[in-house]
Design a protein around this ligand. Structure first.
Ligand SMILES: [Zn+2]
Length: 332
């Protein structure tokens, strides 16, 4: 797909050549980058803020600068960069290599891969952050060896990656919008323009907002509400139960339609571990009758998942199957 004009960068026709890839996960608040060797070991890592407040052009500049800096680091280690894997939020069309839409970053119809190739001289493969995270959990994390997986990232918003029969489902970038399944009866307004979406009760942002609205006490985030729930705070327990109940309801819908053998919960809210997993498991069991019971487990790769998934995509783009990816699902 993408080729480089840089003579220092071996082309995709030479899968056995030495070198490394650059992986970059661009989020609404920060960017996580890495130079990864052929065995997916990080040679260099970088964390930088995403200058979202300065507009889409500033974000694009920051991504290009970060890729150029990581390329320089790789060269310093004697490793030619074979390919770049980039993961971004929103709606991402993998086939057209375009960032179709991102509410967070202000993109609409942006040919991000080709723009960055022009800026950096490096070949770039674009992907979606949550799908990249799901692929990484399948290759390197909690879903190793599984063929039917639902990976759910619960952070400021909620999105999911679906793997069925060992293949990720994309649907031009629109698949996996779990956060916008309608749950419950409260019908709170959602940022998507709809109402009653899972995201309005179970995202980390919704949990924190609901606690403050009901108790009058400010919290710094959902982790505070989790801690208060564990301590027995009645308002926190109510808010937490509502989130877990909504999640279980949405997961029951997915289980009935796609029958995942494994549901992997990731993102900030899943850091609560059994405090979230136990009521979600119990709620899911209440909804199911004949369906195959999925195991519900916590993600293993934490906030590195999307960056590692971008790295796997970059290696796959040049025809190299990393040792870890041999047990996982195909990236593309
Ligand atoms: Zn919505």
């Amino acid at each position: 797909m993408a080729t480089s004009s840089s003579p220092a960068t071996p082309g995709p026709e030479d899968p056995g050549a030495p070198g490394c890839v650059i992986a970059l996960d661009v989020g609404g608040t920060g960017m996580k980058g890495a130079v990864l060797d052929r065995d997916m070991r990080p040679v260099e890592t970088v964390h930088r803020p995403t200058p979202r407040a300065d507009g889409p052009r500033a974000v694009l500049d920051a991504i290009a600068d970060t890729l150029i800096d990581l390329n320089r680091s790789a060269t310093g280690h004697g490793l030619p960069v074979r390919h770049v894997g980039l993961a971004v939020p929103g709606i991402v069309d993998d086939r057209l290599q375009r960032a179709v839409w991102s509410a967070n970053l202000g993109w609409r119809g942006l040919p991000l891969a080709s723009l960055l190739q022009e800026r950096t001289g490096l070949p770039v493969t674009l992907g979606h952050d949550v799908r990249a995270g799901g692929v990484a959990e399948c290759a390197l994390g909690a879903a190793r060896g599984a063929q039917d997986v639902l990976f759910v990232a619960i952070g400021t918003g909620i999105a999911a990656a679906l793997v069925c029969d060992g293949r990720p489902i994309r649907a031009a970038g629109y698949a996996g919008e779990l956060g916008h399944i309608a749950v419950g009866s409260e019908a709170l307004a959602c940022a998507c323009g709809g109402s009653g979406c899972l995201e309005t009760v179970a995202s980390a942002a919704a949990v924190a907002t609901a606690y403050t609205a009901r108790s009058g006490r400010p919290v710094s985030g959902a982790a505070d509400v989790a801690a208060l729930t564990a301590q027995g705070d009645p308002v926190a327990r109510e808010v937490w139960t509502r989130a877990a109940t909504g999640l279980a309801q949405a997961l029951a819908t997915v289980t009935t339609l796609l029958a995942p053998e494994l549901i992997v919960l990731g993102g900030g809210l899943a850091e609560a571990g059994p405090l979230l997993l136990d009521p979600v498991r119990a709620g899911l069991e209440e909804h199911l009758t004949f369906q195959r019971r999925p195991s519900v487990v916590q993600a293993e790769l934490g906030d590195r998942a999307a960056c590692l998934g971008a790295g796997l995509a970059a290696w796959q783009a040049v025809g190299h199957t990393t040792p870890a990816a041999r047990t996982g699902v195909p990236v593309r």
